[in-house]
Design a protein around this ligand. Structure first.
Ligand SMILES: C[S@@+](CC[C@H](N)C(=O)[O-])C[C@H]1O[C@@H](n2cnc3c(N)ncnc32)[C@H](O)[C@@H]1O
Length: 429
């Protein structure tokens, strides 16, 4: 048998486990995703053309699906600027920007369409692992402090390392990562951090034997950094997840941990260490609590589908639908545009994501906060007279896949059966 070649990350993990015993899943996930040399994000960002997100990557996110996402957020940001009394500087700070696609879509739309807002608007995109070389995305140390504006994140919180637990004999136990018989394995032991237990204890009586789940203890640190950034303004958090009672529903017996590798879904994080993405659904109750501790109030929440519909995504669809008759696009091109825009509100896919909005400060609180168009059903949209942005050719390949039906139907050799959007986001619920 050919001996297994292990990366230096795997070697280091093995040595650590040999010396100190099994590690928490949080520490394992931190290493697998963010180790500077062999972690998933640093490795992918170092390889030209191997961004983790997009047609060539491992999964799609809303910004890479269609620039309409950024344009609609731009409209919502302009309304926030208006509601906060049109300050001379209104800063959007994005955390976990990845390749910076959302920044370019928002700023291009603001410059092209929202000229009154453009002179006051600044967008700072940051990431723990910014792309190599010149980039519009800065290190997290570039985050400003005390701004008036909005902190935005899209699929940041699901990428934070989590602890895992399992219910055994009616008790909460922790799932650690060990190394036995030449393999990384799960090791069950007493909970190492009492906060893990505290989070799950209220639900324990309803959870069946062998129930597995995750606890994200990093959300508190995230809320602290959001708090340092914003004095007066909003926080828009977009991700997949639930409030705690749904996250720890007795039916969700296998938890929400997922792995993505070349657009295929897996559930074994101990394979392909550093080569696959690992995510867990977001606990939106903790998002609320940790922001409230930092004196933010909850403005409201909506599904992504509702949020974008309230802002005016249907106007964008109608706009694109008219283009072939005016000969500005071929029918096929218009279909690609519609597939991309439509995917943002797909009730079985990205449309199911949650948008949570919080606010803090003199201007952003009170009546102004509760009248946000994105969270108000049935009101007038913000799109009035503004056109839909167009797909660039690089992204059209992705829209072509969407038009073909299933965005995960790749032509490359597949390693596992291709999941549908429904399987990805339904969790068997
Ligand atoms: C799933 S990707 C989403 C990228 C992008 N927002 C999008 O929607 O395409 C998660 C991103 O969060 C970044 N990230 C993880 N932890 C972070 C942290 N503590 N601060 C800032 N960025 C972080 C990762 O490096 C990665 O780029």
């Amino acid at each position: 048998m050919t001996p297994l070649i292990r990366s230096s990350l795997e070697q280091r993990l093995i040595e650590h486990i040999d010396r100190y015993g099994p590690v928490t899943f949080e520490a394992f996930m931190e290493a697998a995703l963010y180790d500077e040399e062999h972690g998933y994000y640093p490795t992918r960002r170092r390889q030209p053309g191997a961004a983790p997100v997009g047609t060539e990557g491992d999964y799609f996110t809303s910004p890479v699906t269609h620039p309409a996402f950024g344009a609609l957020l731009a409209l919502q940001l302009r309304e926030m600027w208006q509601l906060t009394g049109k300050p001379t500087e209104f800063v959007a700070v994005e955390m976990g920007s990845g390749d910076g696609v959302l920044k370019s879509d928002v700023t291009e739309y603001v410059e092209a369409e929202l000229v009154d807002f453009a002179k006051s608007f600044r967008y700072i995109a940051t990431d723990l692992v910014p792309p190599e070389g010149p980039s519009a995305v800065e290190r997290v140390s570039a985050m400003p402090a005390g701004i008036t504006g909005c902190v935005i994140s899209n699929e940041l919180l699901d990428a934070l390392p989590v602890n895992r637990f399992i219910v055994q004999a009616g008790m909460i136990k922790e799932i650690f990562v060990g190394f036995e018989n030449d393999r990384f394995v799960e090791v069950v032991g007493d909970v190492a951090n009492p906060e893990v237990e505290a989070m799950v204890q209220p639900f324990l009586r309803s959870l069946p034997e062998s129930y597995r789940g995750e606890v994200n203890l990093r959300l508190g640190y995230w809320a602290d950094s959001v708090s340092a950034v914003i004095d007066d303004g909003y926080v828009i958090t977009i991700d997949y997840g639930y409030d705690r009672p749904d996250l720890y529903a007795p039916t969700r017996v296998d938890g929400s941990l997922r792995c993505y590798y070349q657009h295929t879904l897996g559930q074994n994080p101990l394979r392909r260490i550093g080569k696959q993405d690992i995510t867990a659904h977001v606990d939106f109750t903790t998002v609320d609590h940790t922001l409230m501790v930092n004196r933010f109030g909850r403005v409201g929440k909506a599904t992504q589908s509702k949020f974008l519909t309230n802002i005016g995504i249907e106007d964008f669809l109608s706009d694109v639908r008219r283009l072939p008759s005016s000969r500005k696009l071929t029918r096929i091109e218009a279909e690609e545009e519609m597939a991309g825009i439509g995917a943002l509100i797909d009730p079985n896919g990205l449309g199911r994501f949650r948008v949570a909005v919080h606010s803090r400060g003199a201007q952003a609180n009170g009546e102004a906060a509760s009248s946000l168009t994105g969270l108000t059903d049935g009101g007038p949209p913000l799109t009035g007279g503004h056109p839909a942005p167009r797909l660039e050719s690089a992204r059209a390949s992705h829209a072509r896949l969407l038009r073909a039906g299933n965005p995960f139907s790749q032509t490359r050799k597949q390693v596992e059966p291709t999941p549908t959007w429904e399987q990805l986001f339904n969790d068997g619920q």
